[in-house]
Structures are given as C-alpha cells and as structure tokens.
Ligand binder design. Structure first.
Ligand code: PGA
Length: 276
C-alpha cells in the first residue's frame, strides 16, 4: 500500500471518510450509455425502463447519460431521483465551435450532471487542461460535473499513484473549496474498463484508491472540503460486483458503462446499490 494511504487509514480522518461515504449522501449510480443505442426508439425504451426502476429507489440517485442526439428526446424528463446527464460539453458558451455542445444548451434541456474527461475522450486528445476548462464551464452553468480520471496500467513501483495525483491536481486546477460540493470524482482505471465483473478492480483496492484520492484532496483543499465530493468507481461494474464495490470499496457511487445498456441488468445494479 502507498505510504500516504497507509498513514491515512490509521488516522481519525478515516472515520469522517466513512461517515461521508456511507451515511451522508445517496449513492450516485451513473449510466454512461456511450455511443449507444443505435436508434432513438431503443433509447426511448431504455430511458423509460431505467427511469421507472430508478424512481422506486430512495437510497440511490440514478443519472442517465445518453448521447447528445437523444438528450433532446428526454429534455426536462429527469427527476430528483433520476436526473439527466450528458457525456461531455464544450468549454465555453460562445465560440465558433462546429460540432460542439455548450453548457447553456445542456442546462436548457434540463441536464443536471455532465461527465467530464472520460478516458475515451482523453484518448481522443483531451488534456487535463481542457478537462479543467470544461469543469469550470460546467460549474459556472450550474451543472454537476463528474470528473473522470484513472491510470492506464498498474506498475509494481506504484507510479499509478503519481499519475492519479497529477490528474487530480491538473484537472481540478482553479476549482474552489465551494465547488467541491457540486462535483464528483469518478476513478476509472483504464485497464478495468469494458470487461466483465471478474476483471474489475478488487473492492479493497477500490477502497485504497478512494482513500488516496481523498488524501490528495485534503492536501489541496483541507480536511473539511475534502469530504465534500462523492468519489465514484467505474470499470466493469456489473450486477455481481455492485454491492461489494459499494460496501467494501467505500465509494459513494458507480459509473456504469456496458451494463447500463440492458434495462434488466441495470435495474439489478440499482436495486443492489439501494440495498447497500
Ligand atoms: P464499463 O464502462 O462499465 O463498460 O467498463 C465504464 C465507463 O467507461 O464509464
């Protein structure tokens, strides 16, 4: 275990950490549809079934993030229990920016959350600097950003801790303590994305990484503010590992990709999260 994490685990802050993650907030379960489904008819059906399932649960907030073309279909159809999210946004409201979508357009459609800096966008060239601009643009528009970060691979020397630390520092640069109330951090190790639950990160390792993220936040923003953002895990979350990642992993929610595309499977994930 990383030295910092080791220290942190044995300090009183871990009690606060547990309070924040287990007691204070509803669990945030985010369905990231990515570039799916292929038709508006399928999107309508998936949205309706997911909303139906999420609306019945009181310990979970179910965020549905469809691709841009479908957001208009669900404009203002989000609710407190099942809010609408977007998968990306542009970094400003006014620019000559062909193909981009502005924060105010999202707001106007009733979008509440927005994923920022997903690894699949970072692979297309999105840098920490761009992520930081998008994050600030989302906050300025009153959207809740879900900022994604995570290492590409694990090395025995533990350099992935440094990778994650620099991603946190750079992506959140210029973000105030007050902003931490609104944003979430989604830790998504790239090597664990798009596989099966068997290949997801072990819950205890998720816990170690969540503690590390909070330690980095504490160093930047102080102890109290570091408790504010929900820390989510993403990467091959399925119905079989939902409960263990939430309980043993100690995270405040999950970012779910492929398993959010099947309404029955996603409903199982939501129910499982609601029961943790
Ligand atoms: P996955 O995707 O659940 O299919 O691994 C997660 C993500 O990329 O957000």
């Amino acid at each position: 275990m990383h030295r910092d994490v080791d220290n942190l685990c044995s300090r009183p802050i871990s009690l606060l950490f547990c309070y924040n993650l287990f007691v204070k907030k509803k669990k945030l379960i985010v369905g990231n549809w990515k570039m799916n489904p292929a038709s508006a008819a399928e999107a309508r059906l998936l949205f309706r079934k997911t909303k139906q399932a999420g609306s019945k649960l009181d310990k979970v907030e179910t965020v549905i993030c469809p691709p841009f073309p479908y957001l208009g279909l669900f404009a203002h159809a989000g609710t407190t229990r099942v809010p609408l999210g977007a998968q990306d946004l542009f970094s400003t409201n006014s620019a000559r920016a062909t193909g981009e979508v502005s924060p105010e357009m999202l707001k106007d459609l009733g979008v509440s959350y927005v994923i920022v800096g997903h690894s699949e966008r970072r692979m297309l060239g999105e840098t920490d600097e761009i992520v930081s601009k998008k994050l600030k643009a989302a906050l300025a528009e009153g959207l809740s950003p879900i900022v994604c970060m995570g290492e590409k691979e694990r090395d025995v020397e533990g350099r992935y801790f440094d990778t994650l630390k620099s991603q946190i520092i750079a992506s959140l640069s210029g973000t105030s303590r007050a902003d931490l109330r609104t944003l979430c951090i989604a830790y998504e190790p790239l090597w664990a994305i798009g596989k099966s639950a068997r290949e997801a990160m072990e819950p205890r390792t998720v816990r170690e990484m969540a503690i590390f993220i909070q330690k980095v936040l504490r160093d930047i923003y102080g102890e109290e503010a570091a408790q504010l953002p929900s820390i989510l895990y993403g990467g091959s979350v399925e119905e079989s590992n939902t409960a263990s990642i939430l309980s043993e992993g100690g995270v405040g929610g999950l970012l779910v990709g492929h398993a959010s595309l099947d309404a029955e499977r996603f409903t199982k994930i939501l129910k499982s999260a609601n029961g943790v």
